[in-house]
Ligand binder design. Structure first.
Ligand SMILES: [Zn+2]
Length: 126
């Protein structure tokens, strides 16, 4: 149940995984170094952004695949008079860009649940 709460609170809402009282983000993509309430260090290791990037690209790829399958089956994009390949590419790129923030939040929820974000001393448990 705790993992579901963390995925909701951090992965969906973008809030601190430990206390849930503040946002992890200081801009659309940028993270605070630490939680302003409980002091949990969000990005304890350099390169932790990579997991969020991978999730973001996976979401974009899944959207592109779904749109391609829908287009092959029912051709709604060509029926609307749009070039199918470019439309799918632009939509999936937009989804990747907009979806990077929740992808990053989901990644940090997973990092927290796996125990790599230590709320006690702010350092990583490795
Ligand atoms: Zn906190």
């Amino acid at each position: 149940m705790s993992a579901i709460r963390t995925l909701w609170r951090t992965g969906i809402l973008g809030r601190c995984p430990e206390c849930g009282r503040t946002s992890m983000f200081n801009s659309f993509y940028g993270l605070h170094e630490r939680c302003g309430v409980c002091g949990t260090r969000f990005e304890a290791n350099s390169g932790e952004w990579l997991g969020g990037t991978a999730i973001g690209y996976a979401i974009g790829a899944l959207v592109a695949l779904a749109l391609a399958l829908i287009e092959v089956q029912w051709a709604p994009i060509r029926s609307a008079g749009l070039p199918a390949m470019w439309t799918i590419a632009i939509v999936s790129l937009a989804v990747t860009v907009v979806g990077y923030r929740p992808a990053k939040a989901i990644w940090f929820a997973l990092v927290y649940e796996m125990g790599f974000m230590d709320p006690d001393n702010g350092a990583s448990r490795q």
